[in-house]
Design a protein around this ligand. Structure first.
Ligand SMILES: Nc1ncnc2c1ncn2[C@@H]1O[C@H](COP(=O)(O)OP(=O)(O)O)[C@@H](O)[C@H]1O
Ligand SMILES: [Mg+2]
Length: 458
């Protein structure tokens, strides 16, 4: 590169450039380099580099020679002596652009950079890098925070979903309870209504039976007197006497009236039980005789206790103690007795189907039975135990017995609500306890403990 070419090339560049020979001759400069020194370019012509720097000529030549013998840029430091007498420390980068030859020394292009400015730039750069690093850090932290928030959100959503599921289950349960309660209450009303309707005509029949019997007796007496006074009855009458078998009729009619009497009494008892059982006063706490409740329930279930086809009779063994009247919701308590006794009957029938008591197995040691025992625990508590000798309950089911919808019965036969409702009535409504003991194949016993008085009634 000739000095002219250099000038042409360096003119447009904003940085300070000098073209020097390896022995320090200043061959050309561009305007920024002249500005840096505070000189005009003409003033620098025919000069050496040594005249403008504070470093010794020796040092400068050494640096230039290093530049001329290296293929890469050689970085050095030059302190410029400015026109106004001040000095300016510069960073220099030197590169050989025409190597040494026997005819001429090497040509070196020097790029000068104000050290203070460079340092300033460097500091700014550093600051920028710092800021950038901080920004990166901030973004990383933000990303972390976002991730964490996301995770927390996911956990919260999961928790929320679980809570909602639980609420849904509770609602479902409440709904079933409401439906059940509604069913029970409408059933109760219907039973009470029917009982009331039957009661009148039955009382009417029952009340008149006595008179009907008396009148019949009177008429028979009259026939007897007539027979006695007129032994020679006309043949038509005699014929009729034989036709109706008068002697048998006289004998049978008393028995007939007796049976009718027993029948209506039984209807009246059933009606009474039905009315008692479906007590519509269940919203109120009442002092009642627990035994009456159990007896009423048994009366209603009588048809399932009698022997039928494949089922033998179920014997009821009552072991009642002297109990005080108990303050309770009688309708609900009867519901519990009903649920437990029905379960016992179901278990006994299942045993019968399994052959335990069928004719195929006449050696069965004990007959199907339900033992109902009542006891006073102390002055505050009483106990009712209902035990059957049916098929019993497997160990694995014990923890589930009182769960809603737990049933081992066929679809349509079991709802799995009986014990659940019983638990609610005994434990939540009456602050009592209900527990179950069972040995599989031997039977099951349900024990109910309830307080004689309800604390919230006082
Ligand atoms: N006395 C009993 N003997 C054997 N199993 C019983 C007895 N009582 C209750 N169980 C068991 O408990 C389950 C739940 O009873 P329950 O809540 O009354 O519902 P359900 O009678 O509709 O099945 C029954 O399906 C049965 O497996
Ligand atoms: Mg049941």
């Amino acid at each position: 590169m000739t000095p002219e070419q250099f000038i042409e090339f360096a003119r447009v560049l904003p940085e300070s450039l000098l073209l020097v020979s390896s022995d320090g001759q200043l061959l050309a400069t561009n305007q920024p380099a002249a500005d840096m020194l505070g000189l005009r370019r003409q003033q620098m012509r025919q000069k050496t580099l040594f005249e403008f720097v504070t470093e010794s000529a020796n040092d400068v030549v050494k640096y230039l020679q290093a530049c001329s013998s290296s293929r890469a840029m050689v970085i050095g430091s030059l302190t410029l002596r400015k026109n106004d007498g001040q000095t300016l420390i510069c960073r220099s980068q030197g590169a050989v652009i025409q190597p040494w030859s026997p005819e001429s020394s090497a040509l070196i292009l020097l790029r000068l950079e104000n050290r203070t400015l460079a340092t300033g730039n460097f500091i700014i750069l550093n600051q920028k890098i710092d800021e950038l690093a901080k920004e990166v850090q901030r973004r990383k932290q933000a990303e972390e925070a976002l991730k964490k928030m996301n995770q927390e959100l996911e956990i919260r959503v999961e928790e929320r979903t679980a809570a909602l599921q639980e609420t849904l289950n509770e609602l479902k349960l409440t709904q079933t309870q409401l439906i059940q309660a509604e069913k029970m209450s409408s059933l109760g009303q219907m039973v009470a209504g029917i009982a009331h309707e039957i009661n009148n005509p039955v009382s009417f029949i029952h009340g008149n039976l006595h008179h009907a019997h008396e009148y019949t007796q009177d008429l028979l007496k009259l026939v007897q007197i007539y027979q006695h006074l007129c032994p020679n009855t006309p043949p038509e009458i005699q014929e009729h006497i034989e036709e109706i078998d008068l002697d048998f009729l006289i004998q049978d009619i008393t028995q007939l009236f007796h049976s009718m009497q027993v029948g209506t009494e039984r209807i009246q008892e059933i009606v009474k039980s039905l009315r008692n059982f479906s007590r519509l006063d269940e919203a109120e706490l009442k002092q009642v005789n627990i035994h009456e409740g159990i007896d009423n329930t048994l009366m209603i279930l009588e048809h399932r206790l009698q022997a039928r086809h494949e089922y033998p009779e179920i014997k009821i063994i009552k072991k009642y103690s002297q109990l005080p009247n108990v303050t309770c919701y009688p309708g609900q308590l009867n519901q519990v007795f009903m649920n437990i006794i029905v379960n016992a009957i179901d278990a006994l029938e299942a045993s019968a189907v399994n052959g335990q008591w069928s004719e195929v197995n006449p050696q069965a040691t004990n007959n199907p039975q339900i033992e109902i025992k009542t006891e006073v625990i102390d002055e505050k508590w009483i106990m009712v135990s209902i035990a059957d000798n049916g098929l019993g309950i497997n160990e694995e089911f014990h923890s589930k017995l009182f769960d809603p919808f737990f049933t081992t019965k066929d679809v349509g036969k079991g709802t799995g609500l009986g014990l659940f409702i019983s638990y609610q009535i005994i434990v939540e409504k009456h602050q009592g306890q209900i527990s179950c003991f069972s040995v599989p194949k031997k039977g099951a016993e349900f024990i109910i403990r309830i307080p004689v008085a309800q604390s919230h009634e006082i």
